[in-house]
Design a protein around this ligand. Structure first.
Ligand code: GDP
Length: 462
């Protein structure tokens, strides 16, 4: 990838298509000069940073292309840390592409995806974990994914990693000092304290690694499979949840042919509902096998809503069905549907030791929208078992997970080395490895390849 840092780069920073406003962004040492050559109303080379100017953009034939507002940022006080000019134009794709062509002819180069943010990173405006979170912030589509990304952009995760590294660096320095003394048998680094520190750091790393599962579902949505026998009311439930006639409801068993997937945001969390009504067979045993296969096929499913028609299912039958499905209790919710036809139903009859209980069994009527809100609460609490989880740092990025795992392995090797009494140089080596992996998260150490793979995932203009 061509990444000449000296170039002045340009891109359309707003999404494609028509809009009230479209923004062209220029960044680099020649940004002001290039902007001034097209913006004839005022000499932008002479204006201060953080200033806004109304005027016209003209092409080489001095034809007016648009009336625009230019916002000037001067290095280092800009997003990229370089001189930046943003032209707010009328949001016509023709105007924007003509304006950009004009800037390109005036000496700018088209920005690569993520190049503005990469420059921000290279110029020390943010670390790598923060820069990655910018992509998550742009992609965030609900309250929770937004607040996770925002925390990371504001440096929450980076600070946690930096604190771990700092403690380890202090110890590494002592060990390296021992090595300098070579033959002399000195120990500056207290081995007991080092051991304690390693355990503490590993605990933090393990907590961060565990948070990834939650982070992942929060970021990508919780896939939730609606399973159950034909006519249990699965499609009706999906409609009730979505409050619209999306799935086809009928009393003829097996009418829902296709797997239907719908997105719903509950308390700022994204759920992706998959109706498996179409995947089934007729004979009883095969039926449950069919559902089981459906569940396996959609094995990424984080949660299963198992619907039961209480008018035709006695507790022993439900138990047999759930056992056949080999369900895991923490990702199962049993819905005792059609309670309107069975008002004296006793939900606790359907509690089975180790599988179902008050936290995951809900009587309801999908058709009459009874307990649909209670179901939403139950769904939310099944994912967020403890609300304080959301206040802690949550890892959402697989690159970070990988680095944390590697750091953890190196720390385990240091501990093992201490146990077996290996020499200081081996310990120092493993500590350096752990430091390296932690540093790779925030980008204190980074290779060209790593940067490319991170920033090319951005959209152009960011
Ligand atoms: P699916 O095969 O599991 O998707 O079941 P459907 O959603 O197509 O529902 C089958 C039948 O049960 C339809 O006639 C629904 O109107 C009816 N039904 C669904 N939920 C309820 C309910 O809570 N109460 C009653 N009385 N009927 C329901």
């Amino acid at each position: 990838m061509q990444r000449n840092q000296q170039d002045t780069i340009v891109a359309i920073a707003t999404p494609p298509g028509q809009g009230a406003i479209g923004i062209i962004r220029l960044s680099g040492s020649k940004a002001l000069e290039i902007a001034s050559s097209c913006f004839t109303s005022k000499n932008l080379l002479q204006v201060p940073g953080y200033s806004v100017h109304f005027g016209v953009l003209k092409n080489e034939q001095l034809e007016i292309l648009d009336e625009v507002v230019a916002t000037v940022f001067r290095a280092p006080h800009s997003y990229t840390g370089e001189d930046v000019v943003e032209f707010s134009c009328h949001g016509s794709p023709y105007i924007l592409s003509s304006a950009m062509q004009l800037m390109l002819r005036s000496g700018a180069r088209m920005a690569e995806p993520g190049e503005f943010t990469m420059r921000a990173f290279l110029n020390g405006k943010m670390d790598l974990a923060q820069a990655e979170a910018v992509a998550d912030l742009i992609a965030s589509e609900n309250k929770i994914s937004h607040s996770m990304a925002m925390k990371q952009v504001r440096g929450g995760f980076s600070n946690e990693i930096a604190a771990l590294r700092q403690e380890l660096i202090d110890f590494a320095a002592l060990i390296e000092l021992e090595l300098d003394f070579g033959e002399e048998d000195v120990e500056f680094a207290d081995r007991t304290k080092l051991r304690d520190l390693l355990h503490r750091i590993r605990l933090t790393i393990h907590r961060l690694l565990e948070s990834f599962e939650l982070g992942n579902v929060l970021k990508h949505g919780v896939s939730t499979i609606i399973a159950g026998r034909p006519n249990a009311g699965k499609s009706t439930l999906l409609n009730a949840l979505l409050n619209e006639e999306r799935a086809i409801v009928s009393d003829i068993a097996g009418t829902t042919r296709d797997t239907i997937s719908e997105i719903l945001h509950i308390k700022g969390m994204k759920f992706r509902f998959v109706d498996t009504a179409g995947i089934r067979d007729t004979a009883d045993v095969i039926e449950s096998l069919g559902v089981k296969r459906a569940l396996e096929e959609i094995s990424r499913g984080a949660l299963v809503l198992y619907m039961v028609d209480v008018t035709v299912t006695i507790p022993a039958q439900l138990k047999a069905q759930l056992t056949a499905l080999d369900m895991d209790a923490d990702r199962l919710i049993v819905l005792l549907n059609k309670m309107d036809l069975h008002p004296y139903l006793n939900a606790s009859d359907y509690y089975f030791e180790g599988l179902t209980g008050p936290d995951n069994v809900l009587p309801m009527s999908a058709k009459n929208h009874m307990n649909v809100e209670a179901l939403k609460d139950m769904l939310y609490h099944t994912v967020v078992k403890d609300a304080s989880m959301l206040d802690q740092t949550i890892v959402t990025n697989t690159r970070h997970v990988d680095a944390l795992k590697r750091a953890d392995e190196s720390l385990a090797a240091v501990l093992q080395g201490l146990d077996t009494g290996v020499t200081g140089d081996f310990i120092a080596f493993d500590i350096r490895q752990a430091l390296y992996h932690l540093a790779s998260i925030t980008g204190n150490i980074s290779s060209e390849d790593l940067l490319d793979s991170i920033f090319t995932r951005f959209c152009i203009g960011k």
